[in-house]
Design a protein around this ligand. Structure first.
Ligand code: ATP
Length: 347
């Protein structure tokens, strides 16, 4: 549905030139939700704005629904853009218009009759759960409600694609969740293709099918979300993944940690579970068959894209040879094993 072919966007010339986006190739299939994630200044906004020609790429082609937008003249763009809705971090509603009138605006511009507009807007407000706020003005709404109005407005012309530019970055976590649920719902109900940009891995994990990472204007990794959590190669990707997992060694515990083993100490290990991890009760097998007790200090396991993954901090208690055998057993079953140090036995 969306194909970006070798997109480059350069601002300025010569020594002043900034390559905001360089040679990016990206395809989003119909009905898919693709997330583009990157740090501040990576080029996310520039890239998404190239998709509807709010920015004209310096080089490359942008195909939406098989139409090459880069060859269109300015006068031809409004018609092409009707296939592409967009929502923004700060909602961009017209404060002088009611909720109803904001959603109606693109339909008025398209010359729809008053009766048809009323019917369509009513339907859209129902879809986004705002039927009872039709006559309110934006400044009387919460951030989440404003974004719902913006979503209804973006959907009014019946687009095939929705672009979301940090659409939840100004919202609190609960509201973010409700907006993401709404977007997923719309994606399913309407078969809408969604391209979103975000700096939060949590957003990707919650609703995306695929994810692409950009860094310094370049696409450095791309894949299905489940694959990505299990197999990401780059340091940046691993940092984003780690940001969704909360696993720190408690302070008091950290102070007791020794770098080298002693006669009465136990290894503290961090176990990483990924999509490659064999799905069997490995921890109970360690205690039962290898005679190693596992004392879990903390764990953060998640489920995304059909894959369980996460980390666990645990002490292993057993004879040294058995503890070694247990670590080897875990590695054989595709668990990442890292010995963080040694702590004295309890008591
Ligand atoms: N109109 C412009 N003129 C010159 N440079 C620009 C312009 N817009 C963006 N840039 C530069 O392009 C690079 C990418 O910016 P962009 O806003 O696309 O990144 P981003 O990943 O969206 O960042 P953020 O998350 O902070 O919004 C930055 O170095 C930025 O300074």
């Amino acid at each position: 549905m969306i194909k970006l072919i070798n997109i480059t966007k350069r601002y300025g010339d010569g020594k002043q030139a900034v390559h905001a986006v360089r040679n990016i190739n990206l395809a989003v299939a119909a009905g898919q939700i693709m997330g583009v994630i990157g740090e501040s200044g990576a080029g996310k906004s520039t890239l998404i704005r190239c998709v509807n020609m709010l920015e004209r790429p310096t080089n490359g082609q942008v195909l939406v629904d098989d139409q090459d937008l880069t060859v269109l003249r300015e006068s031809q763009l409004p018609a092409a853009r009707r296939k592409i809705g967009m929502i923004f971090q700060h909602f961009n509603l017209l404060s002088s218009r009611t909720v109803f009138a904001n959603v109606a605006l693109p339909l008025e511009l398209a010359g729809m009759s008053k009766a048809d507009i009323k019917h369509r807007v009513t339907e859209l407000l129902e879809l986004v759960g705002l039927s009872n706020r039709a006559n309110a003005y934006p400044n009387a709404l919460s951030g989440g409600q404003k974004q719902r109005v913006a979503i209804a407005r973006a959907l009014a012309p019946n687009p095939k694609v929705l672009l979301c530019d940090e659409a939840t970055s100004a919202l609190d976590p609960n509201t973010t969740q409700s907006i993401l649920t709404l977007l997923k719902d719309i994606n399913r109900k309407l078969g809408l293709t969604i391209l979103l940009i975000t700096h939060e891995m949590q957003v990707v994990k919650t609703i995306c099918d695929r994810v692409a990472i950009i860094s310094d204007g370049e696409l450095i990794e791309e894949g299905e979300v489940a694959w990505f959590f299990a197999n990401a190669k780059t340091e940046l990707a691993r940092r984003f993944i780690a940001s969704t997992i909360n696993l720190a060694i408690p302070d008091d515990y950290q102070q007791r940690l020794q770098a080298e083993p002693a006669a009465d100490s136990l290894p503290l290990v961090r176990l990483g579970f990924s999509g490659e991890t064999v799905d069997s009760p490995l921890i109970s097998i360690l205690s039962r068959e290898l005679n190693v007790d596992v004392s879990i200090l903390s764990a953060d396991m998640e489920y995304a894209g059909g894959v369980k993954f996460g980390f666990m901090l645990a002490e292993l208690e057993g004879a040294p040879a058995q503890t070694q055998a247990a670590l080897a057993y875990l590695q054989e079953h595709k668990i990442q094993v890292e010995v963080l140090g040694y702590v004295r036995r309890h008591g």
